[in-house]
Structures are given as structure tokens and as C-alpha cells.
Design a protein around this ligand. Structure first.
Ligand SMILES: *Cc1c(COP(=O)(O)O)cnc(C)c1O
Length: 349
């Protein structure tokens, strides 16, 4: 076994989608955000599983991601691209039947000139200040844009993972102000907004991270587990040091295991010290610096040398690992390396 094995539970992804779908009203459609290769987990596996579960609308970042997804899913589902209609996207959008979510006046002009009968959506900026027509731009072009019959109008919340943030209500109010009364389906909520409640759901929710087992969807079933093979086990004497810059000193004679995985595989250098790998139910601390492809783990307290050690077990999931590295579960997921063998449970692809 040359590399680690990343276990990806598509049954759990499907269960998480169903659970998020149950949170919203029957007349609100639950889509799925599968950008960045389904947050690193493999869009050609994840999306067909969600399609089999009943999901009929998918969000990706780029037109090219839309093309890959179209090939995986066939003609039926709707596919929306957050990057909108960029220079060079025209043919891809057309060929892959992807709906660009136009986010600027330039994009609106480009789209109406180059693909006048091709469906499009609109992104409005209600305060995130990242992508979307600003309020004054929208006021200036709303009439023209609506005459071209967009299929979706959406905005994105900046702070939906903080239920108490006043940003949420402020963005919701702005979204109402600028879209109430238009006869176009509306979407505001990703995972966080879906959990904030029905006021935020409108006609379609588009969760991403919650599908993959991440906060703020506390009730998500865990989706990933990572087993790393042990390459070598060895003893060190009290006072010996481990790894680059000799940052860890054995306080007593110790037995250590070096495993195949490191920061090039998404196990961030910032994880050490403070993170444990699991030998079955027994936590074993990572000692010394994380290297590019190697980690060293203290196994002194185990009865025998393990063959593999696990990261990301159900009790130490992506968000727990992320907090040790001062980041978020999203980054842990999307950083999971390409070198792992991927093992899918519940695949339909
Ligand atoms: C990534 C993204 C989503 C999904 O967000 P999650 O927090 O992962 O649920 C939805 N909408 C937009 C605009 C996004 O960029």
C-alpha cells in the first residue's frame, strides 16, 4: 500500500443532502454546490450520487467545471456557474448547457450579445462585496435584464455561519428590497443560510460544505476518513529530537511511527504540535514538524506497532482538524491530496 487511503462515504453525502432538503419548505428546491471537484472529494462520484438521490440543480465555479459535470450527469439536471460568463466561456457554456450566473455589467453585455437565447442567472451583491451587481448597477439595468428573462436571481451571505451576526438580517432585508415582486426564482442560502431558517430559503437553497460533513451543519454525518500507512517504527532515547528543526524532544524513551502523508497531502504543517492520529480508539500524538510527505507519531503507549493510523475519524473530523491549523473545514477538504487512493462507499458512477 504505497499511499494513504481516503474513504469517502457517498451514502453520508446523500443523507446530508436529504437532511438539508428536509429543513426547507416543500416548494423550495434543494440544489448542491459541487465546485472545486465537490470540495476535493470527486465531482464525478459525488454528483451522480446526489442525482440518484433526487438532486436536479448543481452549482460549480467555472464553465469548465460545468462541462465536466455535464459529462458526468447527462442532459437532465440544471448546472449553474458562479463565475458567470467570462471571456472565452461562450462555447463551453453553450455546448455544456451551463447557466452562467452573471455578476457584472460587462458579463451581462457579453452574454446578451453572444448567447442571446441561452439561459442565464444574475448575482446581486447585498453586502458581501465579492461578486455580483452592486445595488446602483442593479437599479440601472434591472428592467433590461428582467426583460431578457433570467432563470435565477441570487445573492450570497457573508456571515451565515454566525447566526447572531447582524449581517444576516441586513443582507436578507436588502435582498427583499431589490427583488420582491420580480417573477424570477430567487436563491440566497448556502449551508449556513439553510440552517438560519425558512426566511432565508426563497425558491432554492444551494448547500455545499454541509453535504460533505462540515460546519455549520452540526448534524452532518461525517463523510471522510483518512488512513495512512506506517512506513517504519523505531525507538528513540530520552533527549533525542524529532524532525526538522528538532522541535520535539523525547521526554523518556519512546517508540515512534513515521507514516506516509504530509503537508503536500493536506495535512497542514501548522497541525503540529497538538493533533492526534488514531490507532483504533487510541489517540497517538503527532510529534515534531509535519514534512512534505511524512509525519512522525508517538506510539509508545500502544501494545504493538500499527500498520496504519487514521486521521479524520468521526470524533476528530474535518472541523476539529481545521481548528488545530487555525483554518476551516472547507480548506481541509479541498486540500486533501491527489496522492491518496480514493475509496468510495455508495457509488453509482
Ligand atoms: C461556495 C458557495 C456556496 C456553497 O457554500 P457552503 O458554505 O459550502 O454551503 C453557495 N453559494 C456561493 C455563491 C458559493 O460561493
Amino acid at each position: 500500500m504505497p499511499t494513504g487511503t481516503l474513504h469517502i462515504d457517498l451514502e453520508a453525502v446523500a443523507a446530508n443532502w436529504r437532511a438539508l432538503d428536509h429543513l426547507s419548505a416543500p416548494d423550495c428546491e434543494t440544489a448542491a454546490t459541487v465546485k472545486a471537484d465537490a470540495y476535493g472529494l470527486g465531482v464525478t462520484q459525488v454528483a451522480p450520487r446526489l442525482f440518484a438521490e433526487g438532486c436536479r440543480a448543481f452549482f460549480v465555479a467555472s464553465a469548465d467545471e460545468g462541462l465536466e459535470l455535464r459529462r458526468a450527469l447527462g442532459p437532465e439536471p440544471r448546472i449553474y456557474a458562479f463565475y458567470g460568463h467570462m471571456p472565452g466561456d461562450t462555447l463551453t457554456l453553450k455546448r455544456a448547457d451551463v447557466v452562467p450566473l452573471l455578476c457584472s455589467l460587462d458579463q451581462l453585455t457579453r452574454h446578451l450579445e453572444t448567447l442571446p437565447r441561452h439561459p442565464f442567472g444574475l448575482q446581486l451583491d447585498t453586502g458581501m462585496n465579492r461578486l455580483g451587481l452592486k445595488l446602483d448597477e442593479w437599479a440601472a439595468v434591472a428592467e433590461l435584464a428582467l426583460r431578457a428573462e433570467p432563470v435565477l436571481v441570487m445573492s450570497h451571505l457573508s456571515s451565515a455561519d454566525e447566526p447572531d451576526s447582524s449581517e444576516n438580517a441586513a443582507q436578507l432585508a436588502r435582498f427583499h428590497e431589490i427583488t420582491d415582486g420580480i417573477a424570477v426564482p430567487r436563491s440566497l442560502a448556502a449551508t449556513g443560510g439553510t440552517i438560519l431558517g425558512p426566511d432565508y430559503h426563497f425558491d432554492m437553497t444551494r448547500p455545499g460544505v454541509g453535504l460533505y460533513g462540515g460546519a455549520p451543519f452540526d448534524r452532518a454525518e461525517p463523510v471522510v476518513a483518512l488512513d495512512l500507512p506506517v512506513i517504519a517504527c523505531f525507538d528513540v532515547a530520552a533527549g533525542e529530537t524529532v524532525g526538522y528543526n528538532a522541535t520535539w524532544t523525547a521526554p523518556a524513551p519512546a517508540r515512534l511511527a513515521t507514516v506516509a502523508g504530509g503537508y503536500a497531502d493536506g495535512l497542514f504543517r501548522a497541525l503540529s504540535p497538538g493533533v492526534d492520529a488514531m490507532a483504533g480508539p487510541v489517540p497517538c500524538p503527532v510529534v515534531g514538524r509535519v514534512s512534505m510527505d511524512l509525519l512522525t507519531i508517538d506510539i509508545s503507549h500502544l501494545d504493538r506497532d500499527p500498520e496504519t493510523l487514521r486521521f479524520l475519524d468521526p470524533h476528530h473530523g474535518i472541523d476539529a482538524l481545521a481548528s488545530k491549523a487555525n483554518t476551516i473545514g472547507y480548506e481541509v477538504l479541498t486540500a486533501l491530496g491527489r496522492r491518496y487512493q480514493r475509496h468510495y462507499r455508495g457509488s453509482v458512477a
